[in-house]
Design a protein around this ligand. Sequence first.
Ligand SMILES: [Zn+2]
Length: 163
Amino acid sequence: MNEDRPSDGAGDRSLADCGSAQVADCLLCREDGGELILRTPLLRIVRVDDSDYPGFCRVILNAHVRELTDLDPATLARVIAAVCAVEEAQRAVLAPEKINLASLGNQVPHLHWHVIPRDRNDAHFPQPIWGERQRAPEPERIAARLALLPRLAAEICSRIAPQ
Ligand SMILES: [Zn+2]
């Protein structure tokens, strides 16, 4: 686990300009939102505990920002770079059929991205993971993915470090 990296502090002052105070009734202001892999001053990357989707990660802004376009361009670029870093790490370690990226926030309007490795034989493919369940995932595949999670976390940390 990597705590606040000083190299990532430069752009955070700008968040004060976009209504980023912590909001008391917001889940993602109160909690990490998953098992913490890495936290920078700007954002955190967590692993989602979903038994169908080992390796499912979220990139979550630390500040309470509602929409992507509330960010200044430099901060926006850093957020997108972090999402891409997670995607690259998932591709390198898990070799999924497809990566799904989603930023919904209807229930929790605190900017976050879901980064989800998908496979043809997973529980919902080709539907979104929030769609109708298509099949039971193969236990062997799930076990193989679970075994790769430490490597995935290390790969994510190595890709975010120079941010
Ligand atoms: Zn929030």
